[in-house]
Every structure is written in structure tokens, then in C-alpha cells.
Write a protein that binds this ligand. Structure first.
Ligand code: G3P
Ligand code: CA
Length: 314
């Protein structure tokens, strides 16, 4: 695949179909034809990077039942308080909210067993093995979660992430990896202080404070340390695509989030139509979706079997 091609980013694996951040979900995303697989990363107490969206374990695992006495004063169970071997005893499951109610009620069986919390290394092993098997060049798109929290805990994410990526051969500008973060400091540390050449994406939320990043001055600043932006899709719609054009004028890629068949953007009756509008009308370069098969169909209608679709040259 050429780096100029539009890409499909499998958000938290194939979480429209299987529990988020599980090896089964990542494998399904691969087989459905994703170009990049997205893990969110947090650290264990012993400094291992695990794939988990939250710094807490209680919304996506059975930690509260397994370790009832290990919550902090705020009533939450933190990954940073558990060793990897403890976390490996947990069951991963469909996400619930603070009341224990499923966030996406129509998704996978919330009581299913058989899923565990993967390490980032296990995901990199899986991608490497599947790339060998299929001849494809699927990449990885890790997000550092709450880097300032981790640094304060003595568990800095930046050295652990770059070391593990290097161990798996992800070095240099052409490596099939994007590192994403909501924290500009986190990206600056890796690009400017640690001299990483890996491609970096500045995530931008839909808040008043973060809106400053999509001004001309904000985008100019991002272009000094990152290769693209990952905005909330609402920011693109609100600007009628002007954000995309302004980013492209500065050489920045645009990868908005998050596209879901069971949580459509305003004004869309089906996910394919929403994806098509963002890829082709707004002109984004890629996007994060929980339903990567639908995005693959929008970008590459009638492809050969997704698993062994040959990589394009370049
Ligand atoms: O990483 C892009 C998007 O995933 C950011 O939102 O909360 O799903 O990590 P979140
Ligand atoms: Ca993410």
C-alpha cells in the first residue's frame, strides 16, 4: 500500500463485532481488511504496555469482582496498580458505564468468556505473523493514553513505546506505524527530545480549548512536530471541510474519529454514506471506525478476499 492511499484504521480492533482491545478483535479487523490496527496503550505497575482504552480496568474487565480491595480512594481500579501477571488473570468484556450498563447494547455478549487483556507486544506479534501469512503490510496505530498520569506514576510511556516498536522493526519514516496522542507534550518528547522519526498524529477533541488547535496558528504549531491530525469528526463537519483543506495546505494528514454503525453522525442514515462523505467529499486521508469492513467496502468495492488482498506497490 502506498502511503498516499486512503486508509482504514480499525478502532480498538473490530469492536463493532467483538470486545474492544482483544486479540480476537484485532485478528478479525485484520481479516476484514483494515490497513492499520489501533490499540490504546496504558502501563501496568511493572512497566508493561497493555492494550486498554482507559487507565482504569473496571469498565472493560471483571477486575472489581476479582480484586475487590484494590480500588483507589476514587473507587476506580487502575492498571498502574496491577502487575501484568495479575492483569492476565482478568476477563476482558464489552464496555459498561459507571452504572454497569452496556455502552453499546447491541454488541457482543457482555457475559462471554474467553477474552483477556493483550500486551502491546502480543498485538505486534499477531500483526507480524498475519503479515507473513498473507503477504500484506498491515500497520499499527498506537495511542498513548494519559501520558502525564503515567509519568507522574513513574511509568513514562514514551521510552517503553519507542523501545518496543524498535524491537519489532518499526523505525524510520517509512515504518507502517502512526503514533497518536491527545497530548502535544507526549508527541513533542518523542519527536524532538527522543528524535523519533516515526509518524505522529495530534488528536484533537471537540472541546472549546482544543478548538484552538484547528486555527491556522494551531495547525502551524502542530506541523512542527507531527505529521497529521486526528480530529473529532464533528470538527470537520462543523467547518464544512475547511479543517481538512487547512491541514493539507500545511502537509498534515487528516484521520478523524470515530465512525460507528450504531452511533451515526448527524444527518446520515447509514455508515457507508457517512464514510463516503468523509473520504470523498471532505477528502480525509483515513479514519477510525469500529466497523472496518464497511470502510473497506467504501474505499475498495468488490475486493478480493480481504485476508490475502495483495499489498499495492509503493
Ligand atoms: O484514537 C482516536 C480515537 O480513538 C480517540 O478516541 O477515546 O476512542 O481513544 P478514543
Ligand atoms: Ca484511541
Amino acid at each position: 500500500m502506498a502511503f498516499t492511499d486512503k486508509i482504514v484504521i480499525a478502532h480498538r480492533g473490530a469492536c463493532g463485532y467483538l470486545p474492544e482491545h482483544t486479540l480476537a478483535g484485532y485478528a478479525m479487523a485484520y481479516a476484514l481488511g483494515a490497513d492499520y490496527i489501533e490499540p490504546d496503550l496504558v502501563s501496568t505497575r511493572d512497566g508493561e504496555l497493555i492494550c486498554c482504552h482507559d487507565i482504569h480496568l473496571d469498565r472493560t474487565t471483571d477486575v472489581a469482582m476479582r480484586y475487590p480491595g484494590r480500588a483507589r480512594a476514587d473507587g476506580r481500579w487502575y492498571a498502574a496498580d496491577f502487575t501484568l501477571s495479575e492483569i492476565k488473570t482478568l476477563l476482558a468484556r464489552e464496555r459498561v458505564d459507571q452504572y454497569g450498563t452496556r455502552v453499546f447494547p447491541g454488541r457482543f455478549d457482555a457475559n462471554a468468556h474467553g477474552f483477556t487483556v493483550p500486551t502491546f507486544g502480543e498485538l505486534l506479534d499477531l500483526i507480524a505473523a498475519l503479515n507473513r501469512q498473507s503477504g500484506r503490510g498491515v500497520g499499527v496505530y498506537p495511542e498513548t493514553k494519559s501520558p502525564e498520569f503515567h509519568s507522574a506514576e513513574g511509568l513514562a510511556l514514551e521510552p517503553a513505546l519507542l523501545a518496543l516498536l524498535a524491537e519489532y522493526g518499526y523505525t524510520g519514516r517509512d515504518a507502517p506505524v502512526f503514533i497518536q496522542s491527545f497530548s502535544p507534550t507526549n508527541l513533542r518528547v518523542m519527536r524532538q527530545e527522543m528524535s523519533s522519526e516515526l509518524r505522529m498524529i495530534q488528536l484533537i477533541g471537540d472541546t472549546e480549548i482544543e478548538a484552538a488547535w484547528i486555527t491556522p496558528a494551531g495547525l502551524d504549531a502542530i506541523a512542527t512536530y507531527a505529521d497529521g491530525i486526528g480530529p473529532d469528526k464533528a470538527l470537520i463537519a462543523a467547518s464544512d471541510g475547511a479543517v481538512v483543506r487547512a491541514a493539507h495546505e500545511r502537509g498534515l494528514l487528516v484521520h478523524p474519529y470515530t465512525f460507528r454503525a450504531d452511533e451515526l453522525g448527524e444527518g446520515y442514515a447509514e455508515l457507508a454514506a457517512e464514510l463516503s462523505a468523509y473520504y470523498f467529499d471532505y477528502g480525509v486521508d483515513g479514519l477510525f471506525t469500529d466497523f472496518c469492513d464497511i470502510a473497506v467496502q467504501v474505499l475498495r468495492p468488490n475486493p478480493a478476499l480481504a485476508f490475502n488482498r495483495p499489498a499495492k506497490a509503493g
